[in-house]
Design a protein around this ligand. Sequence first.
Ligand code: MTE
Length: 419
Amino acid sequence: GVFANEPARSPALEVRSQRPFNAETPPGALCASFRTPSDEFYVRNHLAVPDVDPATHVLTVEGSGIASPVTFTLDDLASKFEQVDVEVTLQCGGNRRREMSRVRNVHGLDWDRAAIGNAVWRGPRLRDVLRAAGLPLDEDAVVSVQPAAAGASAEAAPAGLPAGPGRADAEASPTKRLRDLHVQMEGADTDEGGSPYGASVPAWRAVSAEQDVVLALQMNGEPMPRDHGFPLRAVVPGVVGSRSVKWLTRIRVADEESTSFWQRKDYKALGPATDWASPDLERARSIQEMPVQAAVLRPLPRGGAEAAVVDGTRPVAVEGYAWSGGGRGIARVDVSADGGATWQEAELRDESGQRDGRHWAWVLWHASVPVPAGADTTELVARAVDSSLNVQPERVGPQWSARGLLNNAWTRVPLTIRR
Ligand code: MTE
């Protein structure tokens, strides 16, 4: 079947679904290193992993502002452009869905807190490749808008024949500012109908020198693993992981978002009033930048227990991660071992060297917190504050959404205290 050619995988991964393969990092491994080892990095595949031949693989760049489609081989991408290393934390929009599904039923994989990971991605900048294809990089530039290619791409128009609608009369061709366009991306993975995975980001983000969007050929200093997009993937810092298209085949500048299911009907920012089947789903805003997030990775309940068991004779060693979207750094992480009555500040560990505004990597944090005297049980909680002083919401309940996306409520761990 279509899943006959999946890559070998680390047995350490915590599998959430086999076909397609979805798995998260064991929490203990996640806080063990600032850069998540590639073989333990969470995997989020919507379809079977495509078998891409690096010798023949090309990236096609086309669309509005680009006179005619341009193709790049992997060799072009590796040798004709400056190669940059960008340290980026990717997080799935469904990270921590499990807690939300306890509020009310949701659609989606049962992700716990490790559908997130941090890695160094290396390759050419997307903006440099767009420039090489002829796109002006100024977001105020006025470009002529190419009509949506219905199924076929523009390169299919035979020479000598009138081009598609809207192209025949250049004067009548509509124009737009680059900042009002979108950069659509497609992967080599396709559904049963032959439609590829697709996503888009606003064009301003793709062309900005400050947004560090990279077309990655390597992950953590090695060729991209198959599960993570071999041989080429987009990495869009600061936004939901779903826009970082793996097995990248095509980039199209267009006057609308990607028409893929995943852009139009999934990964949407829904309120609790919108249900799964509602037409409001399509009208809802697409998730791009993510809100401030943190989770405790240690201590956690073991082996299906409800609570983590801790030694009450000394302070509890607590560890976790914190991250925010849009390049916002982490200002502070507050930790409490009495359900939020009293707090203390965690020690932050940041090995990225990134500055605020372009802080794409997470921070790891740790704290040593005394538990309340005399109690047998308590609740450990933590919450992060980002550089815009956004703070995580206290409860997941009012944040509920039908797809179980965007859970960033305070992270809570019930504790059983042994003395
Ligand atoms: N790209 C393609 N082509 N196909 C996919 O299924 N999944 C997206 C994104 N890019 C996906 C994709 C989603 S939802 C996420 S969260 C990230 O890839 C996950 O990247 P990872 O598997 O390397 O962690």
